[in-house]
Design a protein around this ligand. Structure first.
Ligand code: SF4
Length: 496
């Protein structure tokens, strides 16, 4: 069995994913998402542009097979190549075990049929003593992320460890180059210890072929190719991770208490549950499970009157399409609702090219300023953050922005503060679908919108822009329907 750096990176994010990559049925994997393919392409472009800016002449092994590639890499190291790009490092089980600096019960294991493979982006030659002569190598990994995430640091330590086995000496450093080409040195001593433990745990899981339990976490699972497979299992098991508010830590507490079903959580006393997971979350979880069992919406037990949604004769429903990583907000969509005349009209403020963002912002700002009394409803914190970012960027007076933001109403906040719904998540899509609303673009999502925008920029085919506009307009309409439903529901509840 080959333990690759990619398997280890996945292991840090989700153990089950590593298990499925090794033992899962590939036919059950989802096709790779367009957004993920886009990220991969961007990562490659980032590596290419970083290499150009580093001005380092490099040599590249051309072996297609990882083992052949690792032999070529080692030959280049022995010859003293200044920089090796796209190389592979390969270790047998014995080489791995022999090179571990601190051996203890946590990082030792017996798995002779395991070999190790790592693919650092670059190997850089520096002066020093190694089995090759008076030089040695340290690894650099080039990543598109903004932050030096723990999984990146663990893999950087893994590559350093592999180099220690191959060149006979641990490199003094292991580096990450992230987005905007800022470099980051990892604290090797610290991360090596953690990496040893992770490798030992991962090997143990793979050796005993123990399939980790499914746990659906929107953030972690949304881009995973095993999502449909895992979701179907979770659904068939009525897994607790499908209940909003059940985090991995709370899940452990619930299982410790013997609460392994929606029914058991609904039935347990709030006091007993509160002692374990905290009073307010216990109250929420109990109501959430009751709502799921009865399949009906409920007013939150802790509702405060000031949480009721405001209304105004003119209301604006606002949603943004953006590529946050590139800091481009390419569509500021507004649904104008005149409650007196009973009319609605959608106004898209679109940057057909990223350079037109300023113009879209100016038009949006002028438009919303025409209706100073109108409340502006949106469904996340992102809209408020974006208004602040655009105002700063395009030097809109702070006093005007303060007034504008005072009109903003975050409907996601209002929904989660006032009602409990029989849904798996409080995303706009999930909540609006439950209300019976459907989007014209069936495969639409924020990520898909980014892919459409990219395709529009590349092809100038307006069908991509039309898809973005229709998706954004439907987001605004979904927010509008949700607000209407919420007002009606809360009013009816008060009359009871
Ligand atoms: S879908 Fe989620 S639980 Fe399943 S393998 Fe992927 S990340 Fe893990």
């Amino acid at each position: 069995m080959l333990l690759t750096d990619q398997l280890l990176l996945n292991y840090k994010r989700c153990r089950r994913r590593t298990y499925l990559e090794v033992y899962g049925n590939r036919a059950e994997k989802d096709p790779e998402k367009e957004f993920l393919l886009k990220l991969k392409k961007e990562n490659q472009l980032h590596i290419t542009s970083t290499l150009e800016s580093l001005l380092l002449p490099y040599q590249k092994p051309d072996g297609q097979d990882s083992f052949l590639n690792s032999q070529q890499t080692q030959e280049l190291m022995a010859q003293g190549a200044e920089c090796i790009y796209g190389g592979s490092l390969y270790l047998s089980f014995e080489q791995w075990q022999d090179s571990i600096i601190t051996k203890n019960d946590h990082n030792s294991f017996d798995a002779e049929n395991i070999a190790f493979l790592g693919k650092p982006t670059l190997l850089i030659k520096i002066p020093g003593e190694s089995i090759f002569g008076d030089w040695l190598y340290f690894p650099i990994n080039i990543k598109l992320g903004r932050r030096p995430k723990p999984e990146y640091k663990l893999i950087a330590a893994y590559h350093a460890q592999m180099l220690a086995a191959i060149q006979g000496v641990l490199p003094p450093q292991s580096e990450l180059i992230l987005r905007q080409q800022n470099s980051y040195q990892i604290h090797l001593e610290y991360w090596l210890e953690r990496m040893y433990s992770m490798v030992a745990e991962c090997v143990a899981m793979l050796m005993v072929q123990q399939e980790p339990e499914v746990f659906i976490s929107r953030q972690r699972c949304s881009l995973c190719s095993w999502y449909s497979h895992c979701y179907n299992i979770a659904k068939s098991q009525q897994h607790l991770s499908l209940i909003p508010g059940v985090t991995p830590k709370r899940y452990e507490s619930l299982i410790d208490m013997g609460l392994d079903s929606v029914e058991s959580i609904a039935a347990v006393s709030s006091e007993r549950l509160g002692d374990k997971i905290g009073k307010s979350i216990a109250l929420f979880l109990k109501q959430q499970t009751q709502s799921l069992l009865l399949e009906k919406a409920m007013v939150r037990a802790d509702l405060k009157l000031q949480d009721l949604p405001p209304s105004s004769p003119i209301e604006l429903y606002f949603d943004i399409e953006a590529e946050p990583d590139r800091q481009v907000d390419y569509l500021l969509g507004v649904l104008f609702v005149d409650r007196i005349r009973n009319t609605k009209k959608f106004y898209p403020f679109l940057a057909e090219h990223p350079t037109e963002e300023a113009q879209a912002w100016k038009q949006f700002f002028e438009f919303v300023s025409l209706y100073p009394e109108a409340k502006i409803f949106h469904f996340s914190e992102y809209e408020v953050e974006t208004i602040k970012r655009l105002a700063n960027l395009y030097q809109t007076p702070q006093s005007s922005i303060k007034v504008l933001l005072s009109r903003f109403v975050d409907l996601h906040h209002l929904v989660t503060k006032t009602v409990i719904l029989p849904v798996e998540s409080y995303s706009l899509k999930s909540v609006a679908n439950w209300l019976g609303f459907s989007w014209r673009e069936e495969d639409g999502s924020g990520d898909q919108s980014v892919c459409w925008y990219d395709s529009w920029l590349k092809t100038q085919d307006r069908t991509f822009l039309d898809a973005i506009l229709s998706y954004n307009e439907d987001d605004c309409y979904a927010t509008y329907h949700l607000k209407n439903w919420l007002v009606d529901f809360l009013e009816q509840s008060q009359q009871k």
